[in-house]
Design a protein around this ligand. Sequence first.
Ligand code: ATP
Length: 233
Amino acid sequence: MNKPTETAPPALALEAVERRFHQADAPPLEVLRRATLTLRAGEIVALVGPSGSGKSTLLQIAGLLERPDAGRVLLAGEDAGGLGDGGRTRLRRRDLGFVYQYHHLLPEFSAEENVVIPQMIAGIGRRAARARARDLLERLGLGPRVKHRPGQLSGGEQQRVAIARALANAPRVLLADEPTGNLDPKTADGVFGELLRLVRDEGLAALIATHNPDLARRMDRVVTLRNGAVVAG
Ligand SMILES: Nc1ncnc2c1ncn2[C@@H]1O[C@H](COP(=O)(O)OP(=O)(O)OP(=O)(O)O)[C@@H](O)[C@H]1O
């Protein structure tokens, strides 16, 4: 196994991240309180905690989709805090892939096109993008389905396409929010296994929020959030 050297910066680091939401007639809601966590290259980490503990908010901030009120987010050692919106978009496109509970695939495009399009947005030529899409979809067992549109695929197949799309641009870090939460338990188990295998094969780091303790146990490490603070991990 390729071990990163001790001096390599973590793939993702959150340092004392705070996020609060203002409320009309009440003190601000403190959603993240000095949340700190580090993902080493290739490490797969479960993010768990009760409903409302701040998991989705933390993933939004780690994914550079929201800014923290305090604290820092570093991707491969690069501090996203000092960047403008353009720089953050560049970093997000280069380093991050996302999988959500609902797949958000483009319904009028085939499975293959759904995986090709984000690559073309990133400047990759159509031929290379198509080869990458085919490879990922085949590795997810979707070889015979690449020309199907999302509406012609099962829920598990749609979520596999969403996984291929997230990995298409070879990100450094995968962020996932209940990636199999919308599937029945048996399908969820299979899709989750595929996700873990592909993430390991590609050597990515991953931070995956889940309510499912069985899925959390299959990851390298578990980080627990309670009331917006990291209490274990
Ligand atoms: N934009 C917002 N404005 C106000 N409050 C918000 C906003 N986004 C999230 N919250 C609040 O922040 C808290 C944490 O929400 P978050 O979605 O991060 O929790 P979670 O751990 O992902 O929950 P779940 O497991 O139910 O998905 C909740 O109390 C939520 O109502």
